[in-house]
Design a protein around this ligand. Structure first.
Ligand SMILES: [Zn+2]
Length: 317
């Protein structure tokens, strides 16, 4: 990953409202990581763009679990990914982007292709994962995954201009230069195609929990936008935001509270479907609160659809 000048990766602003110090809480490995809060748009970004983050993505990190899971967990997760695929298709339709059954669907940061299997399961089989960090030998269940950077895939004539949609499902916050990623994504789009970005959004949960906010996730999350930051980024690149849908959950309270109490995510929420189902029941009030925040556009994550603006894509952000 190459170093970039210290300025807001979303609006491009250089003025910093304040500095915050994050520490690793998911696994509890600690450390100290300096972040800046942009004075212009309120987005947050890691200062040290040269840092090696590889040690913070251990082999059992959730994106890389592959297809080897217990049957009950598989059934629950398969249901969830199909629902997520339908959610994305509805949002694209709302933004005016048609995705036919044979249209190419690209998922950037696909891991082992779990979500793409969800699309395939509901009839969309022309799916392609892009993940330079997916290890060789990880089972992808038949999903084609390009194990190289998005930019390289976008410059490949076999793929450029072919995708009905290019999606970033909680992957864009892991890169230092979201502008470069979106420009590459736009290059992959066919005419009429749209980019879907699902990201944590700096909003109420950040104001309430600060660096204990689950979405902060230092140091893996290196660039966290406000909605305004996303609007500014799109504008800088010659894209426009055609639809926004907040989809935050009770996790913004449940996991953030665990962090405040000094527990890691792994301690607080061991992978156990029956217990997860029980937790879904007891946290219904928090889910309602999340839904209320979503309706106010104050949830801690959202899905954005970005379309090329009429003037076309600016290659140099
Ligand atoms: Zn900014």
């Amino acid at each position: 990953m190459e170093a970039v000048a210290v300025r807001c990766p979303f609006c491009g602003g250089e003025e910093v409202a304040r500095k915050v110090e994050g520490t690793e809480r998911f696994f509890g490995t600690g450390g100290s990581f300096d972040y800046s809060v942009c004075a212009a748009c309120g987005s947050i970004y890691l200062d040290d763009a040269g840092i090696d983050l590889a040690p913070h993505y251990p082999e059992h990190y959730y994106s890389y679990t592959g297809a080897k899971r217990p049957p009950l967990q598989t059934a629950v997760e398969d249901f969830v990914v199909r629902q997520r695929a339908r959610f994305v298709l509805r949002l694209l339709r709302k933004a005016g982007t048609r995705v036919d059954a044979d249209a190419r669907i690209v998922d950037v940061g696909s891991g082992a292709g779990d979500l793409l299997r969800g699309f395939a399961a509901i009839g969309y089989r022309n799916v392609l994962g892009v993940d330079p960090f997916l290890r060789e030998g990880v089972e992808t269940g038949g999903v084609a995954v390009e194990r190289r950077p998005l930019k390289a895939v976008a410059n490949d004539v076999r793929f450029a201009g072919t995708a009905a949609t290019v999606m970033f499902h909680h992957s864009l916050e892991h890169v230092f230069d979201p502008a470069e990623q979106l420009v590459a994504a736009a290059r992959l789009l066919r005419p009429g195609g749209g980019i879907v970005v699902r990201v944590p959004v700096v909003s109420y949960a950040w104001e309430r929990y600060g660096t204990y906010w689950v979405g902060f996730d230092a140091p893996r999350h290196v660039a966290l936008p406000t909605e305004r930051g996303m609007v500014e980024l799109a504008k800088r690149l010659g894209l426009k935001i055609a639809a926004v849908r907040y989809d935050s959950t009770e996790n913004q309270f449940v996991v953030s509270n665990a962090y405040v109490a000094g527990r890691t995510q792994l301690e607080a929420f061991p992978s156990c479907p029956p217990r997860t189902a029980l937790r879904k029941l007891v946290t219904i009030p928090l889910r309602l609160r999340a839904a209320w925040l979503n309706a106010q556009k104050r949830g801690d994550q959202a899905a954005f659809v970005l379309l090329p603006a009429s003037e076309g894509i600016k290659v140099e952000p």
